[in-house]
Design a protein around this ligand. Structure first.
Ligand SMILES: [Zn+2]
Length: 87
């Protein structure tokens, strides 16, 4: 039922570029309620976007994340998903 972290993070960044459907918004919000790492990830995205915003809207839409940044985030997400504790 609950979407996984990868899907939630994809939607979190997609939300900056397009309007999410109602189902997507509900799904991603439900995930954020349950998943602190993804909330932190979203906060990071917002911070990055704020920084980019200073460069102007054109720059932020024209400059996609570079591959090394994507790889870094994917690595972080895998760390989040590997169960280091069971509570
Ligand atoms: Zn998550």
């Amino acid at each position: 039922m609950m979407m996984n972290c990868e899907k939630a993070s994809t939607l979190a960044s997609a939300a900056f570029d397009r309007k999410l459907s109602l189902a997507e918004r509900i799904g991603v919000w439900a995930h954020w309620l349950m998943c602190a790492p993804c909330r932190a990830y979203r906060k990071q995205l917002l911070t990055i976007r704020r920084h980019m915003g200073r460069l102007g809207d054109e720059a932020s839409t024209a400059a996609p994340m570079d591959d090394s940044a994507k790889a870094r985030i994917r690595r972080r997400l895998r760390e989040f998903e590997s169960p280091s504790s069971n509570d």
